[in-house]
Design a protein around this ligand. Sequence first.
Ligand code: 5AD
Ligand code: SF4
Length: 354
Amino acid sequence: MSISSLDDLLERCRTDPGGRTKEEIASLLRLTDPGDMAALWRAADTVRREKVGSDIHLRGLLEISNYCRRNCHYCGLRRDNRAVSRYRLTPRTILDTVEALDRQGIRTVVLQSGEDPGWSVGQLARLIESIKGRYDMAVTLSIGRRPPEEWRILRDAGMNRYLLRHETACPTLYERFHPGDTLQDRIRALKELRALGVDIGSGNLIGLPGQTPEALAADLLLARALEVDMYGVGPFIPHPETPLSNVPAGSVKDTYKMIALARLILQNVHIPITTALCTLDPAARARGWSRGGNVIMPNATPPDVRGHYEIYREKGVGHAALETTVESIRGEIHAMGRSVSTSRGGSLKRSATS
Ligand code: 5AD
Ligand code: SF4
């Protein structure tokens, strides 16, 4: 792409993101020249400054269970992996961890697990109520697809947000890697949650076999159509006990391009620098935050089980105590001239109480 047509396209992303086509987005994903990529990072950083400001939000990630009834081809927690030792935290441990997050000044907890039928909706609702009753904290759930009648119960218990990545917007790829599940069902769940006033987060994997730049562009167009509040992108990382064990990891560069394009196309959304990206690139936080990102999710899972949440290899190898991690993250943020948010960091689209 010539410099002038690149600058022109980046400017049109900034001013009219909804008018951008799949082909235009794919052409930006194909950039390889370092100068061109620097222009993409700059454009994303400009939109981030305009739409989100300088704050970076910390969300405590608490992996409450690693049981899963699904069998996603890429994930080490898949049902058929018998080599993983399964755990489910007790409500006591979860509340103690939330207490620790509160002491760190963190105003969002993300409760994450596989699709674990071992949690009844009543147990989850009581857990959310206990957290909301004790702390000034937003509660995000990221526990996969559940029966639709449960969403309202969880919302009424105080759930503010839900993360459910669509993983890939290509229906054929989706069905290839998610046995027994369809993209349509996934999208329906996101819409059901949205209709109940829950803030929604989606996202996609980078580096699935067969994924083209057009497929990645379609991911962003789907997120835009869904009006998501949060969007996370992470590189696929192979896990030895899965059908994709021999597939190379997703590209770090493509991940940064998707972060930047998510900022340009979705604009007023929260974009985390994902753990998977941090695993492949030790400089991911500083790079990601200057290429569109504005969120980090420090791992608050108790160190004795953290290593068992192995969606990919080497996940959770850093067992640093929460306080140490949070302190170094704050230092990095200040060193970049950015600020640590003291708010809950709810939706940038709805000024709700989330
Ligand atoms: N590599 C990277 N990300 C993965 N996830 C699952 N397995 C892997 C893997 N092998 C991601 C999925 C899921 C999120 C919680 O973790 O995108 O939505
Ligand atoms: Fe289960 Fe989620 Fe892993 Fe799929 S990606 S196997 S739903 S934990």
